[in-house]
Design a protein around this ligand. Structure first.
Ligand code: HEM
Ligand code: ISQ
Length: 155
C-alpha cells in the first residue's frame, strides 16, 4: 500500500508538533489506551502495583515515543516502497514482548484509536484532516500487521 507524498508530509509535520511535548502526549496516549480498554492495565509493568497512571514514568514515555516513531517510519516506508519493513531483531523482540504480555489482535485496534486521538488533540482540529488521519491509520495498520504476523509465528 503506497501513501501519497502529501500524506507522508502530514505525518512528519504532526510528529514534529507532538514531539514538542513528549511528557504530556505520551501520558495522554497511555491514558486513552486505558480509557478505551481498562482491562489492559495489568499488562503494563509500570502500572501493576498502583491504581494511578504514573505522571512521569521514563518507561511509559520511552515506549510511547517508540510507538509514534515507528509509525512515522512506517509512513515514510509506505511512501517510498509501499510496504513496511521492520528489522528482523526489532520485530522478533517486539513479537516476544507482546506475546508474553498477553496482547491479542483486538488490542491493536485500541492502541490505534488512542494513537489517532492523541495526534488529533495534539495538532488541533484546524490542522487535523481526513488525509492526515488516513496516513497515520495506514502506517499504523501496516506496522501492526507486521507485529501480529510475528506474534503468530511465536505462538
Ligand atoms: C511494550 C511498541 C502494540 C502492549 C512495547 C514496547 C514497544 C512497543 C516499543 C517496549 C518494548 C521494550 O523496550 O521493552 C508497540 C507497537 C505497537 C504495539 C509499535 C503497534 C503497532 C501494543 C498493543 C498492546 C501493547 C496493541 C496491548 C494493549 C504492550 C505492553 C508492553 C509493550 C503491555 C510492555 C510494557 C512494560 O510493561 O514494560 N510496545 N506496541 N502494545 N506493549 Fe506495545
Ligand atoms: C506499548 N505498546 C503500545 C502502546 C503503548 C503506549 C504507551 C506506553 C507503552 C505502549
Amino acid at each position: 500500500v503506497f501513501i501519497a507524498e502529501k500524506q507522508e508530509a502530514l505525518v512528519k509535520e504532526s510528529w514534529e508538533v507532538l514531539k514538542q511535548n513528549i511528557p504530556e502526549n505520551s501520558l495522554r496516549f497511555f491514558t486513552l489506551v486505558l480509557e478505551i480498554a481498562p482491562a489492559v492495565k495489568n499488562m503494563f509493568s509500570f502500572l501493576k502495583d498502583s491504581d494511578e497512571i504514573p505522571q512521569n514514568n521514563p518507561k511509559l514515555k520511552a515506549h510511547a515515543v517508540k510507538v509514534f516513531k515507528m509509525t512515522c517510519e512506517s509512513a515514510i516506508q509506505l511512501r517510498q516502497k509501499g510496504e513496511v519493513v521492520v528489522s528482523d531483531t526489532t520485530l522478533k523482540y517486539l513479537g516476544s514482548v507482546h506475546v508474553e504480555k498477553g496482547v491479542i489482535d483486538p488490542h491493536f485496534q485500541v492502541v490505534k484509536e488512542a494513537l489517532m486521538r492523541t495526534v488529533k488533540e495534539a495538532v488541533g482540529d484546524q490542522k487535523w484532516s481526513d488525509e492526515m488521519g488516513s496516513a497515520w491509520g495506514e502506517a499504523y495498520d501496516q506496522l501492526a500487521a507486521a507485529i501480529k504476523t510475528e506474534m503468530k509465528q511465536q505462538l
